[in-house]
Design a protein around this ligand. Sequence first.
Ligand code: PLP
Length: 427
Amino acid sequence: MSAVTAADAAAPAAPPPRRPVAVRARGARVWDERGREYIDGSSGAVCVNLGHGVPEVLDAMRAQAERITFVHRSQFAHHAVQDLSAEILSIAGPGHREVVYTNSGSEATETALRLALHHHAADPARAVVLTQFPSYHGMTAGALGVSGHPPRRRHLDALHDGSATTVPVASGDPGRLLPGLADWRAAFARTGPERVAAVLLEPVGGAASGACEVPDEVLRGLRDLCDASGALLAVDEVMTGFGRTGWWFGHSRSGVTPDLVVTGKGLSAGYTPIGACLVGDRVLPNRPATDLAFGHTMGGNPLSAATALAVLAYTREHDLPGRAERAGAVLREGLAETAASVPFLGAPRGRGLLLALPVHQDAEGFARAPLAARICAAAERNGLIVYPAGVDHRYQAVLVTPPLTVDDADLRELLARLRAAVAEVDA
Ligand code: PLP
């Protein structure tokens, strides 16, 4: 997620607020140039999974930088890149065979979209990508073009001709925030199953839905729908990947093997830019995906690869998925208490340390001044960084996503500052 701002939520966009100037960060804390200390309750843009300034990662970066920072993959192979691919594929498990590197999650989404279309090249009518409403898959034109995020998609529709279709909740269940299997089945039927190139979805939403979860049975049902129709199943794990949800991937618990896995953020935990698209065995089975023209100049450069390797080694060694699950349970309890203290917050949702407090506000109030953004602004005044999320008033939420290494003292302080912020808004 790039920063979710009040301007995303409300139209027309407001001028960006002045930001404090950050000068130092350690663990789950950031300091600005005036000496103010903040708890990083958002892990930057939900990417600083290890916390700031982890010595093992900094040492690996320094060592790699001193050896070699850049070679281009058309001229040289590199051990860090090879080792990283082996590590990612071992984490992902059977069913995946290759990794294509990018510099960001958005580019990894673009890679998945291109691979899906290449895969179906012999059948050009199969060109529709189904995504859920709401969703966010990146800022580039293709990735945003398939995102169910109207405030960010504004002005982009001219570039797209119906080849991306977002699937809303239409099944008449008033409590449901994300499409269920009946909605997906209806979307396949409406589109014509023979025209669906791929389904792309986030297992737990971030910027767009504020941590709404896709139930495991929906993921399994989608796998079946894709298999029956010949479409590929792509999961966007940019925010959920590498431990954030208490599992290595957001889809892991479901037992489903996707054809394409889009990653970014947690792969390097914010230490360097990198993204990656994992390619499943069934995608383009007769040729390496890297044969296609996927060549971001910096994609998978040795420095980013060595950094990501150190991040993944740390994640394994310190069982960060397990820590996310345990810390998430403590945080969820504290968030539930905070929510119970005011009428405008709902019970926390999400998984692991990808949690959100839903904010109740009508559409008119949301359009005028989104309450989640006000809570986040009050949090910042109280020394806590958290994000507002949600494409509209139904999904509006405060995302609470500290580093997976957050300790009990950090969590207590985070909750105290959040409660102070909520009380300020309630006053
Ligand atoms: N997909 C998801 C689910 C995201 O949350 C984001 C970023 O927030 C992206 C894709 C885009 O990643 P990036 O900002 O690295 O381009």
